[in-house]
Design a protein around this ligand. Structure first.
Ligand SMILES: O=P(O)(O)OC[C@H]1O[C@H](OP(=O)(O)OP(=O)(O)O)[C@H](O)[C@@H]1O
Ligand SMILES: O=c1cc[nH]c(=O)[nH]1
Length: 196
């Protein structure tokens, strides 16, 4: 039982090694697409995009031997959607309000105008989180480009948004939920599919 609904374990689709390899590949792709890392900054969407962004930045630093600035974006107040695992619209809004109080704020301690910002998240599904992140980011400045890196693309987009860098494409049904677990927040690194 999780968040008020029953979730049934279906499969573990990435272990720590697979996640690590995906982070390495994403890092190389970001360097290649940007022809280096000058003017590239990495911004993770809270919550699990944040540690992923730090992992990617660390890997890029190891490959390129240069510093990469990272930040974290809290998109809570920019959301347009309601969580689908809630029973009533009122319950959904109550949860949103409580999230607003508990989530930490964005942390971007540098000017993003004119830079290439790589937004990072763990999963892309409908695209609504990324849409909110674009709005949140624009409040910090006007980047030259905004690119998107995700560990898992599970399909089912509801908006015209796509990722530039994808760790793993995972075809899913809408009855399934993809959960990314990262040691910075969880007991281990793993990507699991559950069924509702
Ligand atoms: O494309 P979407 O339909 O918006 O779904 C993707 C988002 O859903 C999850 O976040 P969630 O809201 O569950 O919070 P979390 O980041 O704390 O896990 C995930 O981390 C993505 O941010
Ligand atoms: O399956 C999903 C859908 C949204 N967000 C997730 O993290 N997983």
């Amino acid at each position: 039982m999780k968040g008020g609904i029953n979730l049934e374990f279906k499969a573990s689709i990435m272990d720590a090694q697979a996640i690590s390899r995906a982070v390495t590949r994403l890092s190389h792709e970001i360097i290649e697409r940007n022809k280096g890392i000058e003017d590239v900054v990495i911004v993770g969407i809270r919550s699990r995009g944040e540690p992923l962004a730090r992992r990617i930045a660390k890997k890029i630093e190891a490959i390129e031997g240069a510093n990469v600035r990272t930040g974290a974006l809290d998109i809570t107040k920019y959301r347009d959607d309601l969580k689908s695992d809630h029973q009533s619209p009122l319950g959904q809004w109550e949860q949103k309000a409580s999230m607003d109080q508990t989530q930490t704020a964005s942390d971007i301690s540098f000017e993003i105008t004119g830079l290439n910002v790589v937004l990072v998240d763990d999963v892309i599904y409908t695209g609504r989180t990324v849409r909110a992140a674009l709005d949140a980011l624009m409040d910090f400045g006007r980047p030259k480009t905004i690119q998107l890196a995700v560990l898992v693309d599970r399909g089912h987009r509801e908006l015209p948004i796509r990722a530039d860098y994808v760790g793993k494409n995972v075809p899913t049904s809408s009855r399934e939920i993809v959960k990314v677990r990262l040691t910075e927040k969880d007991e281990k690194d793993e990507v699991i599919i559950y069924e509702k």
